[in-house]
Structures are given as structure tokens and as C-alpha cells.
Design a protein around this ligand. Sequence first.
Ligand code: F6P
Length: 320
Amino acid sequence: MLKRIAVMTSGGDSPGMNAAIRAVVRVAIHEGVEVWGIYNGYSGMYEDQMVKLDSRSVGDILQRGGTFLGTARCEHFRTVEGRQKAVDNLKSHGIEGLVVIGGDGSMTGAQLLSEMGIAVIGLPGTIDNDIWGTDYTIGFDTASNTVVDAINKLRDTASSHGRVIVLEVMGRNSGWIAMTAGLAGGAEHILIPEMSVNLDEICEELTHSHASGKKYSVVVVAEGAGSAVEIGKKIVAVTGLDTRVSVLGHIQRGGSPSVFDRILASTLGEHAVLALIAGLSNVMFGFRNGGVVTIDLADAIRHKRTIDPSMFRLANLLAK
Ligand code: F6P
């Protein structure tokens, strides 16, 4: 019987990570398993920054964005020696199982640890929604709602002045936030890294739609698809339309998690602990077609999550 496990967060923080930690801690305690928290991700594992947690340690965090355990990058963990030191630290505390909450880089680290004899379960935590095998990652829903809120506010001022607004949102390699918030927010144009961008065509459409009565337009750009500032300059140069640019930045990473993210995080947290107790390792839990699914970490890492083209088509159709 498993006696002691640990939980950590890694990579960019996302709203709902705290809810997942809380679930891991409280389910483990309920099952008679001791839980430790590792501070600052793989860096804290390497530096031996870990403490025993109890139910009260995770009180008052459910509603908070970010991660109370912290997160950090760790160069040492990229080396075999660094990983060995991290594993030695885990073993010195008698930690036999680990829950890693984070993005694709964090899942790669989790797989490496499992190859070194530590039982590891991954939970997808990133606002980018770019992990293969799950329809949703913890934090994506909250971040998308933050962007929709921004679009609503930008619409107010754009409609008052009859302007084009170019809004840059997060997503260095992924257009999920831009696509989802753009569709939900009624953006006229959505630019994402997964699809080639024809700015001349967009300028032509903007000229045409404004000439034929459209009062204002919102263009949502994922950061990986281009710079909103440069796109705004081009729109002004080609169309002459009154245009303003807004870069939302790290506001998208914070905030109280949505109901969906809290429930997703709590459910996946419970599954992670029960899986470790059942002797599972080297898998990630995700949410697909309305239910919890188990994904091999190797598959989650190997495959690239693609965008849903039907969302893109619908967003374009509804923006006419
Ligand atoms: O959390 C994912 C992400 O938000 C990306 O979309 C973005 O490019 C990146 O993190 C920025 O993270 P940081 O500022 O921590 O480097």
C-alpha cells in the first residue's frame, strides 16, 4: 500500500491549479495516504523544497488563481544528474508517487521521472489548451472567459467610435484561446498560428464590410500568429480605417477559476490519487466527450493538439 505521495505544479500557472492541488491533498488524506507539496516545480524538487501538507494547508485556495506551490523553470532538470538528484530527494522523504500538474513540458518531465522508477500521474494544466488527448486543460475556460470579457468591453468603445480593434491574446503555439474567445465574443476576424494568415484579404474584407455599413470590427490575434501592433499598422495603411490595438497579456493567466475549471481540476485531482493507489503510472488524466479519460504520457507528449476547423468556419460565417 502506497504510504506517501507528492504534488507539484510546473510550467506557466493557470487558474484551477490550486483546486487540483486541494483535491489531490484531501482525497489522499481521505484514503490514508500522506501528501507532500513540492514548491516551485522541478526546480523545488531539485533543491529539496518540499513539505508535508494537511487539509488545512489547502484551505482558502479553491477560489484563487495561480498556484500556491509556485512554479519555476529548472535548467538542472534537463540533465541526467539533475534529475537523479531530484529523484534522490523524493526517495529521501519516502515519496513513492507524484502528481504533476502542468503543460506539455511538464508532462515530458513527468515521463522522465516515471522512467526513473517514480510512479507519476500527469494532469493537464495550462491556459493554452494545447495538450493532446484532452478536450480541455485546467485554466483554459477561465482564460477564455477573461478574453471574452475584454472583447465585450472593447466592443463598447469600438462601436462608439466606429473603429477597428485589434486584440492580441496569448497562445505562442496555439490558437485555442483566440479561436474560442473569438467565436464566443463575435470577432470579425481570428488569426491563429495553426492557419496561414492572409492580411491583404483581411484588409480587403474590412474595407468592404465597413463601406457596406458595418460600424466597427474586432480582430483577435493569437500572439503566435503575429504582432497586433504590426497588424494594426498594416490595417491603417491599407484601409485607412480608424484602428486601435490592445495587448491583453498576463491578465489572461490570472483570476478566480471558473466553475468548469474548478470541477475539472477537482475531478482530475481525485482520479490522479486513486490511480496512484491502484498502482498506475506514466499516464495523464484528461476530459473527453464529457467524461474522464486516461492517456499514456508518451501519447500526450508525442501528438500535437490541432485546432477544430469547424469552429473557425462558424466564427467566419457568423461574423458576416
Ligand atoms: O501559459 C502559456 C502561455 O500563456 C503562452 O500562451 C505564452 O506565450 C506564455 O505562456 C508566456 O509565458 P511566460 O510569460 O511565463 O513566459
